[in-house]
Ligand binder design. Sequence first.
Ligand SMILES: Cc1cc2nc3c(=O)[nH]c(=O)nc-3n(C[C@H](O)[C@H](O)[C@H](O)COP(=O)(O)OP(=O)(O)OC[C@H]3O[C@@H](n4cnc5c(N)ncnc54)[C@H](O)[C@@H]3O)c2cc1C
Length: 465
Amino acid sequence: MAERRRPSVAVIGAGPAGLAAALAAADRGVHVLLVDSGREPGGQFHRQPAPGLGARSPRRLHHGWRAWERLRDGLAAQSATGRIAHLMDHHVWFAGRESGGFAVRALLGAGQTESVTVRADAVLLATGGYERVLPFPGWTLPGVVTAGGAQAMLKGGLVLPGRRVVVAGTGALLLPVATGLAAAGAEVAALVESAAPAAFARQARALAAEPAKLVEGAGYATRLLGRRIRPMFRHTVVAAHGGRRQRLDSVTVAALDAAGRERPGTRRRVACDTLAVGHGILPHTDLAETLGCRLTGHAVQADDEQRTTVPGVWAAGEATGVGGAGLALAEGHIAGCSLAARLRGAEPDPRAWAAAGRARARLRRFSAALDEVYVPLTPPPESIPDDTVVCRCEEVTAGAVREAAGPLGAGDLRTVKLLTRAGMGWCQGRMCAPGVAAVAGCPPDPARRPFARPVPLGVLADGDD
Ligand SMILES: Cc1cc2nc3c(=O)[nH]c(=O)nc-3n(C[C@H](O)[C@H](O)[C@H](O)COP(=O)(O)OP(=O)(O)OC[C@H]3O[C@@H](n4cnc5c(N)ncnc54)[C@H](O)[C@@H]3O)c2cc1C
């Protein structure tokens, strides 16, 4: 009798969510094609140094190393059995339905001029999130990096972005970034957080319900205080200044009032050679939108089994809403169990993922409380001067956006883009959309893009791939 072909899933993203899903699905007999643009698995949270760097003790840069070891060892074991095919350095630019299954198209390697197609019966989107950065005068100077970018340099490249660093913006990510940079030898000149301490107090009960997270947060705070780094709450960086050769040499920090506006007379200058800045994280939804999945706000909508609104497509981790690595692991595990059952034509039994389901519920409540604390500021439009570049790919200034939204009457991001080219460059508005929306005074709606990343014309012209 002919053996039945094993069902297959293309898992896009090898962060905590994708790895947990891949292992759960492979353990249940599904053939997994794990596709990721990185050279090493791990995603953002478990970002690994390149093997060529010969890191002797990479765990010193990491939190949750045991969880990483379990994922890493599980992946190695399932790769050896052939149940998981691990396709790294594959940059997915398109996913769509094709002859009863799905085709996932990826550009290869650094050149990204060659595309391959991965075919599977189902798709799991575990593409994570990206940082939101809002514009201010000087934000395009050399020496200004995102908070996650600084973290990536440290964890992935084992380098410091500079010697004297200001970490600024808002969100839980700033704490590990400041702690990691300080532990690696950088002087953290200031940690500038726009959230107010009172917001933490208001959410105290909800936050206390997740003691492990509180211990993690307290650990960061203790290490920072041990180095005499005191967070400046309810403050923001209002300008970055260039010195010799237009490289960053200082930032201006100001206090904020309850409405998030700058308090007059509170400006002070802080000398630094690096500004690591981030204003929260947004989910990656390009591929979900290409596949036709419905979004809720900025996140991919998923049901209790982590199924999207498109049959055959699951989503897990930060693509479905930003909530940290623990939540990504729980969602990934649930998605893997669910899709393994459904690909065999069986109704999944939620008791199979009861513990992950409880963790998901708890961690979602925790992240909802954090969202109340770290409300990303929308800068008042007048705080961004006319000559500040807001779309750096196309070098569009705040003044040009203001003109489009004012005299020319543009009321949405798409019209602003058509009138000014803001969002028309390499990043296709992924980085600049929140800033352009803030200046134009229109909603920062997610854009619908046909492709998840820029694709060479030659690849499109090639037809099949
Ligand atoms: C820049 C940044 C830095 C962060 N640093 C930290 C930190 O230090 N500590 C912390 O607690 N939390 C950090 N976070 C939050 C962190 O992302 C989550 O807690 C956790 O990693 C989420 O897991 P995930 O699996 O959902 O996504 P991720 O870990 O982000 O994994 C998503 C994976 O999908 C891949 N991917 C995305 N799009 C494509 C595509 N089109 N083609 C191929 N592959 C693709 C990415 O390469 C990545 O490996 C960071 C977030 C960001 C955005």
